[in-house]
Design a protein around this ligand. Structure first.
Ligand SMILES: [Zn+2]
Ligand SMILES: [Zn+2]
Ligand SMILES: [Zn+2]
Length: 144
């Protein structure tokens, strides 16, 4: 956790930014809510508990900045809003998401499982795959 903050400070400094208390609070909320895939409003509500004076626009810009720096990942689960999660494996491929079409729950699949497909694609298309976003839509175990 402290390492992440230090790394973040470095990254921001390289680009001429500072880790302001607002940015720090936004980052903290995302780190603390791992696996929850919060949207901008939900993050804003939580950040406000720590920084009551913060505005939605500031949180929005901070999320964009963190996303640009690949500290967090923006995920679009086709439910009409952008959600964010902490980028836990900077050098790894993103995990997959299982989205329940009944209750909207989001489950993460940690293993990649795509290595073979990726190899095929790289070979056939002379294309270097760095990441992917895979979403599976269906019915979760609780809704079955
Ligand atoms: Zn992969
Ligand atoms: Zn469900
Ligand atoms: Zn996720």
């Amino acid at each position: 956790m402290e390492n992440v903050v230090e790394l973040m400070k470095e990254k921001l400094k390289e680009k001429g930014y500072k880790l302001t208390p607002q940015r720090r609070a936004t980052l903290d909320v995302i780190i603390d809510s791992q696996g929850k895939h919060l949207n901008t409003e939900e993050i804003y509500d939580l950040v406000k508990e720590k920084c009551p004076e913060i505005g939605l626009a500031t949180v929005y810009r901070t999320l964009q900045l963190l996303d640009e720096m690949e500290v967090i990942l923006k995920i679009n689960l086709d439910d009409g809003c952008s959600r964010y999660e902490f980028n836990t494996h900077e050098d790894d491929h993103q995990h997959h998401h299982l989205i329940c079409q009944n209750c909207g729950s989001i489950t993460e699949v940690e293993i990649d499982l795509l290595e073979q497909l990726e190899e095929e694609i790289e070979k056939n298309h002379d294309f270097h795959i760095k990441d992917h976003k895979v979403k599976f839509f269906g019915i979760c175990s609780k809704c079955k």
